[in-house]
Design a protein around this ligand. Structure first.
Ligand code: 5GP
Ligand code: ZN
Length: 117
């Protein structure tokens, strides 16, 4: 049995608020949302960070499926369909759950809270 939080959510061992699911990806609501819409796009395969992604068919399919899910989420936003896609990669960048995921954030300008890119 996996000790990974997101693997447990994928296996429905831990309940979560699901937004979407297909063969390769789940989308759940973040438990501590930082904006009106704050979803996590998570591949079903366990890959700790982007640095662990391999050039294999399995990994390529997973990333492609994440991208497809992102496009669907964006399409379903009200005009002007604005969002932020954030990836924390590695502990030093703020990553806390070591099962790669993308934060999909919308409904709030995150730069209003100080950070500037
Ligand atoms: P990270 O810091 O690794 O990029 O993001 C992990 C995210 O997972 C955080 O935004 C945190 O709020 C969220 N999170 C942590 N535990 C849970 C949980 O049990 N359920 C859900 N839905 N989100 C979680
Ligand atoms: Zn995992």
């Amino acid at each position: 049995m996996s000790t990974c939080l997101f693997c447990k959510i994928i296996e429905k061992e831990i309940p979560s608020d699901f937004v979407a699911e297909n063969e390769h990806v789940i989308v759940i609501k973040d438990i501590q949302p930082k904006a009106p819409i704050h979803y996590l796009i998570i591949p079903k395969i366990h890959v700790p960070t982007i640095n662990d992604i391999l050039d294999t068919h399995e990994h390529t399919i997973a990333i492609q499926a994440m991208w497809g899910m992102l496009r669907n989420l964006a399409k379903n936003l009200p005009e002007p369909q604005a969002f932020n896609l954030i990836v924390n990669n590695g502990a030093a960048s703020g990553q806390r759950v070591f099962h790669m995921h993308w934060h999909f954030i919308s409904g709030k300008n995150i730069y209003s809270s100080g950070i500037k890119l």
